[in-house]
Design a protein around this ligand. Structure first.
Ligand code: IMP
Length: 507
């Protein structure tokens, strides 16, 4: 006889927090969002603690090196996508680990043979107006010049004009050698009234750029997530097929934590993968697993050795798993169930295994709810895809800036496997994700700060100064569909259509 779960399964939008008593101490500046990433024993501390409870989804359209750096600067961690060759993924991990704050490796590099049209297109896509020109167009090629928006007049100059005709050539540029410190670079920028300073190696090859505007921001990143060698922390996604070759490359590249990326975690494949990692590396390699949506799935992965466990099937914004396969569970109900199992497991064994609510965060308050319901941190895809730093292109759709965002189960993401692995033996023959646009939302730093200010403010309303206290004190209520309508602006005509847009804008 099939097992029937009692009650319905609910999602975050069906809940609200009821305020508790807040004292004068309860102000956002006093709130800590520190949270454990990997399992630990009673009385001990997690080997990795996040400074903010956010990790980025293991997705091509979300977690590349640029986003990983920007998120680590804010105190979270990115999981570089695994749907690429193991060598390419390891290279992305290395890029994050070798990153020096303030030294930017350009992802908008030109060749002298390109045209003004190419420059304008690249500027549109990347949002960058300063572009180095190298002999081969790569970010490590020989520096031959630089282009800034002061070098051309888009309305008057011919789009076919060559970059070599209007760039500032290398012999007219001030550059600095590889061992220049950020402070020294900044002094050169100020003394010479520059906007950007190219850093070059002894053969004249481009290494990075230092921008005038960046210096202050790099001095003030109080929450940045660093390893013992003061490098940014980064995670990497793996699968249950090629782990024996992929994991060693990622570990060698310096990945701080791994995560098995799969829509279904309650499987023998995940157990085998976890066991192989433990047999090969003991506890020195940290690895999360998932996704599960109930206590049974949690216990299975806990026993198999997962360092953290992800929750969520079918709730992601680009996800059509529920429609395609009819499996899944409301995200809020899944979190509540698994959090209870995590606490019971802790009581029984003295081992605390952090859990991560993955997918389905639409409004900022969903994050607060996920934390209040017991999640230790959240994994977000759509949320991060919207920012400058995500790997996808920025495009104009119906007059508005958008970023592309596609699911790992979409045909677009799966192509790499067909071509690079020579066919996926256990592969699925139907799509579980869509290809989409999401509204462009500027720099990650601004977006994350704004969201977390709201989370902290709500925590204060609940009388909580940290995540465990929120979990203890939160009072959570289900809401009816009419009270959801009551929660938005209603029965008024908004004066400003922009207000309407920003009001409806989901973060
Ligand atoms: P979002 O934050 O709601 O956009 O959800 C992101 C999450 O959706 C990811 O972390 C994955 O767990 C999940 N996901 C990513 N790609 C797909 C897909 O193609 N189908 C189903 N779920 C996906």
């Amino acid at each position: 006889m099939a097992k029937f779960f009692e009650g319905e399964s609910h999602t975050f939008s069906e809940y609200l927090l009821v305020p508790g008593y807040s004292s004068a101490e309860n102000i956002p500046a006093n709130v800590s969002l520190k949270t454990p990433l990997v399992k630990f024993k009673r009385g001990e501390k997690s080997a990795i603690e996040l400074n903010i409870p956010m990790v980025s989804a293991v997705m091509q359209s979300v977690s590349g090196p640029r986003l990983a750096i920007a998120l680590a600067q804010q105190g979270g961690i990115a999981f570089i996508y695994g749907s690429q060759s193991a060598e390419d993924e390891a290279q992305m991990v290395r890029e994050v680990k070798s990153y020096k704050a303030g030294f930017v490796v350009s992802d908008s590099t030109l060749t002298p043979e390109m045209t003004l049209g190419d420059v304008l297109d690249l500027k549109e896509k990347s949002g960058h107006s300063t572009m180095p020109v190298t002999d081969d167009g790569t970010s490590r090629g020989k520096l031959v010049g630089i282009v800034t928006s002061r070098d051309y007049r888009p309305s008057r100059d011919d789009r076919s004009k060559l970059v070599s005709e209007f760039m500032t050539p290398a012999d007219k540029l001030i550059t600095a050698p590889e061992d220049t410190s950020l402070k020294e670079a900044n002094d050169i920028i100020w003394d010479n009234k520059l906007n950007a300073l190219p850093i070059v190696d002894k053969n004249g090859h481009l290494v990075s750029l230092v921008f005038r505007k960046d210096y202050d921001s790099h001095k003030s990143a109080p929450d940045e997530l660093l390893d013992d060698s003061k490098r940014y922390m980064v995670g990497a996604g793996i699968n249950t097929r090629d782990y024996e070759t992929r994991v060693p490359l990622l570990v060698e590249a310096g990945a701080d934590v791994l995560c098995i990326d799969s829509s279904e975690g309650y499987s023998e494949w995940q157990k085998r993968t976890l066991e192989w990692v433990r047999a090969t590396y003991g506890d020195s390699v940290k690895i999360g697993a998932g996704n599960v949506v109930d206590a049974e799935g949690f216990r299975f992965l806990a026993k198999a050795g997962a360092d953290f466990i992800k929750i969520g099937i079918g709730g992601g914004s680009i996800c059509i798993t529920r429609e395609q396969k009819g499996i899944g569970r409301g995200q809020a109900t899944s979190v509540i169930d698994v959090a209870r199992a995590r606490d019971e497991y802790f009581e029984e064994t003295g081992v605390y295994i952090p859990i991560c609510s993955d997918g389905g965060i639409v409004y900022d308050y969903h994050m607060t709810l996920a934390l209040a319901m017991g999640s230790d941190f959240m994994m977000l895809g759509r949320y991060f895809a919207r920012f400058d730093e995500s790997p996808s292109d920025r495009v104009i759709v119906n007059g508005s800036y958008m970023k592309e965002y596609w699911g790992e189960g979409s045909a677009r993401a799966r192509n790499w496997q067909r071509y690079d692995l020579g066919g996926n033996k256990r592969g699925l023959s139907f799509v579980e994700g869509v290809d989409s646009y999401v509204p462009y939302a500027g720099p990650l730093k601004d977006g994350v700060e704004a969201s977390l200010l709201k989370v902290k403010s709500t925590m204060c309303n609940c009388g909580a100064l940290d995540i465990p206290e929120l979990r203890d004190k939160a009072k959570i209520t289900l809401v009816s569909s009419t009270s959801i309508v009551e929660g938005g602006a209603h029965d008024v005509l908004l004066k400003d259509s922009n207000q309407q847009v920003s009001y409806n804008f989901r973060s």
